[in-house]
Design a protein around this ligand. Structure first.
Ligand SMILES: Nc1ncnc2c1ncn2[C@@H]1O[C@H](COP(=O)(O)OP(=O)(O)OP(=O)(O)O)[C@@H](O)[C@H]1O
Length: 352
């Protein structure tokens, strides 16, 4: 639904060049919620603004629903007719809602329809239908100043849906909201994604947002996409930074000469008693140092950090056994000296 190829954006800033996007190839499939995560300055906003041509990329192409937007004329407010039409099929939700305070909630939702020259009666019908969809049917006559942050964002979402878009772009839509409101807005985005078959591209700096709502994700650093894929694919990628952050597991080796493994469970392997099988088969004691389980896209996925006695060279066969069970195993390069410093002290406390 959205494809970028070689997308590059270089800003001229006070006589020097800032490369905000550096050869970004991204593929967002129809009907998925795709999250782009990265730290401040990574280029997320530039990406989303280039996807709907609010910013014209320096080079590269953006195709949305089979249409090459970069081939259409104009940019930003000076977009040509074809680009404006294509853009009306792309909704956008903003971090700070961008509502007009002097207009009622209903009139805010009607605004894009006015621009599309939809008749008054049809505008009103459509706006009320959308407000109902986002759970704000009773607030049509209220003004933005009378609403909570979460309600304002619901209005922002209703307005973004006014042009019946196939794609919704979300620019940190929940960053200004408290955790509970964030959850309710993410739930709404997920419901709209399912009910309307809406493709959602969201940018965020919060891993929890990706974990809660995304089917796929990309990690951006310094203008580049350094990892991307479905959440399941990422979790199955050894050494994936996103996977590690999606399912962080803590815990250090309890002493030197231990093998610490991160075990990732997918789907049916999550329910198999592999750890106890391992213990029985090789007659070894296994310590669980940390674990995180979750359901992502209806599949049970999780991670567990375990410790086996002995250095890695002595555990090659048990590690192979785990891999044969379909588990993904990452050997953690733990710092035994730091861990050893903790270990005996804790053991003494326990003895006391
Ligand atoms: N209009 C602009 N002119 C010059 N430089 C810009 C402009 N917009 C962004 N940049 C620079 O491009 C880089 C990427 O910025 P961008 O806003 O895309 O990142 P971001 O990941 O969205 O960060 P944040 O979460 O802080 O908004 C930064 O170095 C930023 O300073």
């Amino acid at each position: 639904m959205i494809t970028t190829t070689g997308l590059t954006k270089v800003y001229q800033s006070r006589g020097r060049e800032v490369t905000a996007l550096d050869d970004v190839d991204l593929q967002v499939r129809e009907g998925e919620v795709f999250g782009v995560i990265g730290q401040s300055g990574a280029g997320k906003s530039s990406l989303i603004r280039c996807v709907n041509l609010l910013e014209r990329p320096t080079s590269g192409t953006v195709t949305v629903d089979g249409r090459d937007l970069t081939a259409l004329a104009g940019r930003g407010l000076r977009a040509g007719k074809e680009l404006r039409e294509a853009r009306s099929r792309i909704g956008m939700v903003f971090q700070h809602f961008n509502l007009l305070s002097s207009r009622t909630v209903q009139d805010n939702v009607e605004l894009p329809l006015e621009i599309l020259k939809v008749s008054g009666a049809e505008r009103s019908r459509k706006a009320l239908e959308l407000l109902d969809l986002v759970g704000l049917a009773d607030k049509a006559r209220a003004y933005p100043g009378q609403l909570s942050g979460g309600q304002k964002q619901r209005v922002g979402i209703a307005r973004a849906l006014a042009g019946d878009p196939k794609v919704l772009l979300s620019d940190e839509a929940t960053s200004a909201l408290d955790p509970e409101t964030t959850r309710s807005i993410l739930t709404l985005l997920r419901e709209l994604n399912r009910a309307l078959g809406l493709t959602v591209l969201l940018i965020t700096h919060e891993m929890d947002v990706v974990k809660t709502v995304c089917d796929s994700a990309a990690l951006m650093k310094k203008g580049k996409v350094v990892e991307s894929g479905t959440v399941s694919e990422l979790l199955a990628t050894p050494g994936s930074e996103l996977a590690r952050e999606l399912f962080p597991v803590g815990g250090h080796a309890s002493g030197p000469d231990r093998t610490v493994l991160d075990v990732t469970f997918h789907g049916e392997t999550a329910t198999q008693p592999v750890i106890s099988q391992l213990s029985r088969t090789y007659n070894i004691d296994i310590s669980i140092l940390g674990a995180a389980m979750d359901t992502v896209g209806g599949r049970q996925i999780g991670r567990m950090r375990i410790e086996l006695p002995g250095p890695y060279e002595e555990n090659v066969v048990p590690v192979g056994f785990l891999r044969e069970q379909g588990l993904q195993i990452d050997v953690v390069d733990d710092n035994p000296s730091a861990a050893a410093a903790d270990g005996p002290a804790l053991a003494e406390e326990a003895a006391e």
